[in-house]
Write a protein that binds this ligand. Structure first.
Ligand code: AMP
Length: 519
């Protein structure tokens, strides 16, 4: 089944249900589907054939959801691109995907002009801005097109979404997500994440549509939910809180960094967020201290853990497990990434791919029908990631006796100091409990004696003070001495990418400049 048919069905079953809410604009499912069909027809007219890719470089807006579903319905592969990338980065992705059509918002008209020469394969640019030269206006393109479209029949393994990895470890690669993958993701959303999904759900797209929010836009379309879009491109916690209340938002996806900003926002004291039924978080770890603060504010948190290569996701920590004042076992589980998702195999292996017993740390591997078949035009990266039929995540962790997965770190972030494996997460959890610490990232830096030395990079809570010696002593009184940082850097803000992931590579880079180690 074509994943785009979810929209066709919702328009048939819920034609008058609200589909889009954006400022004063509202659109029901019949209207939304009609516009999507017109765009699918236009794509066909412009020469996009089933199997071709269509690049989508847009800020979160209704047209982006339209574009994604129009591309699905046309049997093409959607390539949603992180709108915060540098022009040279998005140009790389557009060119790498071999897209012949690029759909964009007016925000990118000028940057696209600047990189146009690097995009020889793009034959048509469609923008929500003004037409100019070979650039056509989005609404003009829809004009005159039929509202009828028969969704293109696809094979289950045809590419529906080319998901470019966020590149925290190097050049972005396009994980091919098939119609089967996205349908599997949709079923599991209703099974594990939002089991009481009803007829009048409302999803808020506060996080980028090119990542988790867009992926979970798919089951929300399938369930005929209303999609609420922000009016600005920056994450505005006060607006999000106000919108949850005014639009009775029932579900949303957010990265831990966003949740922290919501919790820290003064408006939280009088916000009514009781409409939320599934507040999904993931994409990066959340310190237990931060999770407890979030739990005191938000009902119905659900954690998901996985990768772009395994939409949306391989384990989850259920609402049931998000307990604020629980017993010791429940509190311990708050530090975990939860249990295996429905019909998803997850194991921990050693360097030779042998399954590890309970309690043993190794690399997390997974296998299921929500797993990518590989990377676009990159057989080498595919072979590396998919050894022995299992996707190797690059994350280290262990299962406890109850099947809860405890993630340590990405293998590249692990520190080896004096022959000891040290997991930054453990030290970060300790420092996050210090009252003056707002955010923390622990990295390994070169050290002549130990190979690597532990460094904590810390941002402080406004108005609070802490010293390097004080924080080191704090660690020493909470964990084994060999795990305490040797040094602490204080920064105003810890660098994160647009998906809220701390850029450890970027933090490490200056220290490793003249050393032989891949960072
Ligand atoms: P991406 O493919 O950009 O979504 O990045 C996937 C990576 O993000 C994973 O391999 C993990 O390292 C990290 N990640 C995602 N979700 C979580 C989570 N719930 N807890 C800890 N790390 C996570």
């Amino acid at each position: 089944m074509n994943i785009g048919s979810l929209l066709t069905s919702s328009a048939a079953s819920h034609p008058k249900s609200p589909a889009i809410v954006h400022g004063s604009l509202t659109m029901d499912y019949e209207q939304f589907n009609a516009r999507v069909n017109r765009l699918s027809n236009a794509l066909r007219r412009l020469g996009a054939r089933p199997g071709d890719n269509v690049a989508i470089l847009m800020v979160n807006c209704p047209q982006m959801l339209e574009a994604m579903f129009a591309v699905f319905k046309a049997g093409c592969g959607a390539v949603p691109i992180n709108f915060r990338l540098h022009p040279s980065e998005f140009a790389f992705i557009i060119d790498d995907s071999e897209a012949s059509v690029l759909i964009t918002t007016e925000d990118f008209d000028q940057p696209i002009r600047e990189v146009r020469a690097d995009l020889p394969r793009v034959r048509h640019v469609i923008t929500t801005g003004s037409a100019a030269g070979d650039v056509q206006n989005y609404d003009d393109v829809l004009d005159g097109e039929s509202e009828q479209f028969v969704d293109v029949e696809v094979a289950p393994d045809d590419v529906a979404w080319l998901f470019y990895t966020s590149g925290t470890t190097g050049v972005p690669k396009g994980a091919m997500l098939s119609h089967r993958n996205l349908l599997g993701m949709t079923d599991r959303f209703y099974a594990d994440i939002f089991p009481n999904f009803g007829d009048h759900e409302v999803v808020l797209h506060a996080a980028p549509l090119s990542h988790g929010s867009g992926l979970y836009g798919v089951p929300n379309v399938g369930g005929a939910a209303a999609h609420v879009f922000p009016g600005s491109t920056s994450f505005d916690p006060a607006w999000v809180l106000e919108t949850i209340e005014s639009q009775c938002v029932t579900n949303l996806f957010a990265a831990p960094a966003m949740i922290k900003r919501l919790v820290d926002c003064p408006a939280i004291d009088h916000a009514d967020v009781s409409s939320l039924k599934a507040f999904v978080w993931g994409g990066a770890p959340m310190m237990v201290e931060d999770l407890q603060q979030a739990l005191a504010r938000f009902p119905n948190l659900v954690q998901i853990y996985g990768l772009g290569e395994t939409p949306m996701t391989i384990t989850s920590l259920s609402q049931r497990d998000h307990v604020l004042d629980g017993n010791a076992t429940q509190t311990k589980r708050l530090a975990s990434a939860g249990t295996r998702r429905t019909n998803v195999e997850v194991e921990v292996v050693d360097g030779d791919d042998n399954f590890q017993p309970v309690g043993e740390t190794g690399e997390v591997v997974t296998r299921s029908d929500v797993m990518t078949q590989g990377y676009w035009r990159d057989a080498e990266a595919t072979a590396l990631a998919l050894q022995n039929g299992w996707l190797h995540t690059g994350d280290l962790g262990y299962f406890d006796e109850d099947g809860y997965l405890f993630l340590m770190d990405r293998s590249k972030d692990m520190i080896i100091s004096g022959g000891e494996n040290i997991y930054p997460r453990e030290i970060e959890e300790v420092l996050a409990r210090h009252p003056a610490v707002r955010e923390v990232a622990v990295i390994g830096v070169p050290d002549e004696q130990w190979g690597e030395a532990i460094k904590a990079v810390v941002s402080l809570v406004a108005g609070q003070d802490a010293t390097e010696e004080g924080l080191i002593a704090y660690c020493k009184s909470n964990i084994a001495s060999f795990k305490k940082p040797r040094s602490v850097d204080f920064v105003a803000e810890i660098p994160k990418n647009n998906y809220g992931k701390i850029m450890k590579r970027e933090l490490r880079e200056p220290y490793w400049k003249n050393h032989e180690r891949s960072i």
